[in-house]
Design a protein around this ligand. Structure first.
Ligand SMILES: NC(=O)c1ccc[n+]([C@@H]2O[C@H](COP(=O)([O-])OP(=O)(O)OC[C@H]3O[C@@H](n4cnc5c(N)ncnc54)[C@H](O)[C@@H]3O)[C@@H](O)[C@H]2O)c1
Length: 339
């Protein structure tokens, strides 16, 4: 079986590509390398180009008429950048997805798995969100994800397509076999900051905000190993029709568009993450506590029961394994860049 993976040269897309290959499924990568890495596509079927390039899509499907699914990961993804350049984000993510879906429908590929984001949820008083929780996308980036979900839903209803939107929580780690991983130079997320302090690029790890109403006062997030995330896509491809059938049977409604949270369902606070990091590395880090920054939110974690129930998927790797693989990959990536 073949699966088109847009954005397959990126951090998450490349991990999905490896997971598909390991499961005996052939990924066909479409990526314009605007941020993705050519080296992640080595020895794979790779088309360099844009998701909205009609001629290229026609060629891909002519050369691989047995593509049954599209996993759509390609997007611009940096939240502060989206605030500065909303045109580019709406254009690249929304407009081009609109075209991509139109062409996929034309080409007969009507089973879609979409990379959505937990960034579209509103704050929840108990910090846990399920797929029916209130939405409130608060950046141009998050709004593009929300709009793409809406478009996908309408396409499913109108054009006999079926789609699964996966709302990712906070991916960490790298492919456990170290074939690919994150390639951002200065990651601004929590684990990236911890690694920067560990590697001596920064002196101090700042915990910003210690008065939230969480179990230890610090913010809470749901970290998910990128390999677990990738495996959810493999499961979705393998059980696609079955999932829709069992939802229809249990819920007595036929809905061709389904949303699933992908998280570990537990939540980890900033203090817990820093402690886990120091346990994994065996190194005490210099930590300082400061006030929350403007715009900071306490965070949320996933209720991931729907994915467990219908996909039979749940996380299998721990936060510690995510930290270990992130550090190992960061060292491999650094040495590759120095060569
Ligand atoms: N990384 C996260 O924390 C996170 C969280 C939630 C959701 N997501 C979503 O997961 C997906 C993958 O994210 P990632 O972290 O791997 O990002 P990434 O930047 O590493 O990968 C995105 C890939 O898409 C490609 N691309 C972008 N625009 C394209 C276009 N018009 N045509 C063809 N290729 C294009 C880029 O070159 C890149 O390889 C994105 O849709 C993102 O919104 C990511």
């Amino acid at each position: 079986m073949k699966v088109l993976v847009t954005g397959g040269a990126g951090y998450i897309g490349s991990t999905i590509v490896s997971a598909l290959e390991d499961a005996g499924i052939t990924p066909i990568i479409l990526d314009n390398l605007s941020s993705g890495r050519r080296e992640f596509t080595q020895n794979k079927v790779f088309y360099q180009g844009d998701i909205a390039d009609h001629e290229l899509l026609k060629r891909i499907f002519a050369e691989h008429s047995d593509i049954e699914y599209t996993i759509h990961c390609a997007a611009l993804i940096v939240v502060p950048d989206s605030v500065r350049r909303p045109y580019e984000y709406y254009h690249e993510n929304v407009n081009k997805t609109l075209d991509l879906l139109k062409y996929l429908n034309e080409l007969g590929c009507r089973k879609i798995i979409f990379s959505s984001s937990a960034a579209i949820y509103d704050d929840a008083s108990d910090y846990v969100v399920d797929e029916t929780s209130r939405l409130n996308p608060r950046s141009p980036y998050a709004r593009t994800k929300y709009m793409m979900e809406m478009i996908l839903k309408d396409f499913c209803l109108a054009y006999d397509m079926k789609a699964i939107s996966f709302r990712y929580f906070n991916p960490i780690g790298a492919d456990p076999k170290m074939r690919s991983g994150s390639y951002i130079d200065s990651p601004s997320h929590l684990l990236g900051k911890l690694i920067s302090v560990f590697e001596g690029k920064e002196n101090t790890f700042y915990i910003t905000g210690t008065n939230w109403d969480t179990r230890d006062g610090t913010g809470i997030r749901d970290y998910i190993h990128v390999w677990d995330l990738a495996m959810a896509h493999v499961t979705a491809v393998e059980k696609f029709d079955e999932v829709f059938k069992s939802i229809e049977k249990e819920c007595k409604v036929s809905d061709p568009y389904q949303v699933f949270n992908l998280g570990n369902g537990k939540g980890t606070t900033v203090r817990e993450m820093a402690a886990a990091f120091m346990k994994v590395t065996g190194k005490e880090l210099n930590i300082k506590e400061t006030e929350a920054r403007e715009g900071d939110v306490p965070g949320a974690y996933a209720n991931a029961e729907k994915a467990k129930h219908y996909l039979g998927w749940q996380t299998s790797l721990t936060i510690e394994e995510g930290i270990r693989d992130s550090i190992q990959w960061s060292q491999i990536w650094k040495s590759r860049k120095e060569d």
